[in-house]
Design a protein around this ligand. Structure first.
Ligand code: 4AD
Ligand code: MG
Length: 502
């Protein structure tokens, strides 16, 4: 009987059977009579044990030539082993080399980010990158599930557009047969038209912003999910955003435990984020928090904690240094690993020490009427376990299409959802202006050409209704859920300032 061909993810249902796996060498080490080949096959990792006694000299020698990322096929017995990655080992009886890889540029040692970004097409194979993309996929699937089960219709907005949706400073212009066109910044305006046809819709597509900012939150090409609902008000909009995020996080916790473990994600923080109703505060309340003594004290405390940590890390480094010279080989390896961890943490601590005084100054001096900067969002969200939904922003800092609050026309019926742990804005949305005259005024105030918006104004001419929606940034959501510090690792091939290749 031929062995069953399967994948590493399915090994649990083939205990003690003979199976064939196809994949790549992730890691290998050898002793005289055994090669340990760690295989990755796109679904997981599995230690394959190739013993001279089991496979004979020819295959044993071939196995020894399989360097990192060589592709191969292996047949053997599935043996449960708790200590092994994935919980199973393969005891090989047969092996077929597919290709012996050239010297692979990415080795288990530490590489700089720039080098890894240059090799993004290969870096994607590394465990942490693999795990992040698996989580991204689970998030995407969960978003579709949520909207579909809530009766939303997915509809796609165009990518070439004739007008701005989110301000004119971040448009990518392109030539459309001698006519000016822009890559879409948001599908929202089209979403509104589609909501008038289907009541509740969502778009799921790429959006583009010529953001000249080099931050950990900005891409020039990112994916946005934009629900738009007829007959929704601000509270319903917030309920939907909260329901969506809770559903998505539950799904990821449920379906991606091993990926989250690879990413060393603090699961407690994610569980806490969805354990309570999300905090809902108005912009004005948020400003009060930012400028409060309590916030200043919290930042002082944080500063003191980081100083202490820095001293402790320094001392540990010195101790390890002393020990290193006379340590045994295995202990040296351990010390090296710990050294790397300490340096990584030290970088973070030093960055915090540089940042916290700036955060404190920005928060204390914040004035009603400005938009929150990244650091203000960080400071706000550090004070709560759940995401913070900030509503009713000053109309002057928000987009032209947002409806004003009838009880206070200086604020718009806007909402931003700020993710906890310092992640900041992942959702922006609002109730839309549904009165044609007011909307025309806003278009004029924002210096937008009214003729380009005539189709959009039509939506207010023919059965205008109250409606609302929001946009969820996929990459920022993936960054938060995975606990990644930069959006560049949340999308297969990031596009940002200074990065167009590979
Ligand atoms: O707040 P924004 O600009 O809102 C809109 O575009 C609305 N038209 C959405 C709507 O109401 N339908 O963007 C929405 C989200 C942000 O909260 C953020 O998560 C993400 O899109 N985003 C970015 N993500 C990565 N890189 C960038 N440059 C981003 N700009 C916005
Ligand atoms: Mg926004």
């Amino acid at each position: 009987m031929n062995p069953i061909e399967t994948t590493i993810r399915e090994l649990h249902s083939h205990r003690d059977e003979i199976v064939t796996l196809k994949g790549w060498v992730y890691n290998s080490r050898s002793s005289k009579a055994i090669h340990f080949l760690e295989m990755r096959d796109g679904t997981g990792l599995c230690q394959c044990i190739v013993a001279l006694d089991d496979v004979g000299e020819v295959l044993f020698e071939q196995a020894g030539q399989l360097k990192q990322e060589s592709s191969f096929e292996i047949t053997g017995k599935v043996v449960e082993d708790e200590r092994s990655v994935g919980g199973y080992e393969l005891h090989a009886t047969g092996l077929k080399v597919i290709q012996v890889a050239e010297e692979y540029p990415i080795t288990p040692k530490d590489h700089g980010t720039e080098f890894l970004m240059e090799n993004r097409h290969l870096w994607l194979r590394s465990q942490r990158q693999w795990a992040a993309m698996q989580v991204r996929n689970a998030i995407q699937f969960a978003i579709h599930r949520y909207f579909q089960q809530e009766g939303f219709v997915q509809m796609d907005a165009p990518i070439f557009t004739g007008n701005a949706a989110e301000g004119t400073t971040t448009l990518f212009e392109t030539d459309y047969f001698d006519e000016k066109a822009y890559l879409t910044q948001s599908g929202q305006l089209y979403g509104e038209a589609m909501a008038m046809a289907h009541r509740k819709i969502y778009t799921f597509g790429p959006t583009f912003r010529a953001e000249k900012s080099k931050t950990r939150r900005h891409l020039t090409e990112f994916w946005m999910i934009e629900p738009e609902m007829a007959f929704y008000d601000l509270d319903m909009n917030m309920d939907l955003a909260e329901g969506l995020l809770k559903f998505v996080i539950n799904e990821v916790l449920d379906r991606c435990p091993s990926e989250l473990a690879i990413l060393e994600r603090d699961l407690g923080a994610l569980q806490k984020a969805i354990a309570e109703p999300f905090v809902r505060i108005s912009y004005s309340e948020a400003v009060e928090i930012l400028t409060s003594m309590k916030t200043a004290d919290m930042l002082d405390r944080m500063m003191a904690e980081r100083e202490e940590e820095k001293t402790a890390l320094r001392e540990e480094l010195e101790e390890l240094q002393k020990e290193h010279g006379s340590a045994k080989k295995w202990r040296k390896a351990q010390i090296d690993r710990r050294n790397r961890e300490i340096h990584k943490r030290m970088d973070q601590v030093e960055e915090d020490l540089r940042n916290i005084p700036k955060w404190k100054e920005s928060a204390a001096g914040f004035e009603w009427g400005s938009d929150f900067g990244g650091s203000d969002e960080t400071v706000l969200t550090m004070q709560f376990d759940t995401p913070v939904m900030v509503h009713r922003y000053p109309a002057a800092v928000k987009a032209f299409y947002m409806k004003r609050d009838p009880e206070d026309p200086s604020v718009a019926l806007a909402l931003d959802v700020l993710a906890p742990e310092g992640y900041g804005e992942i959702i922006g949305g609002s109730v839309r202006e549904d009165e044609i005259e007011l909307l025309k005024e806003r278009i004029a105030e924002h210096d937008l050409p009214e003729d380009l918006f005539s189709w959009y104004l039509d939506l207010r001419r023919f059965g205008s209704v109250p409606h609302a929606g929001f946009g969820l940034g996929l990459e920022r959501t993936v960054a938060w859920i995975c606990g990644l510090s930069h959006v560049r690792e949340t999308i297969p091939f990031p596009r940002m300032l200074g990065r167009l290749r590979p």
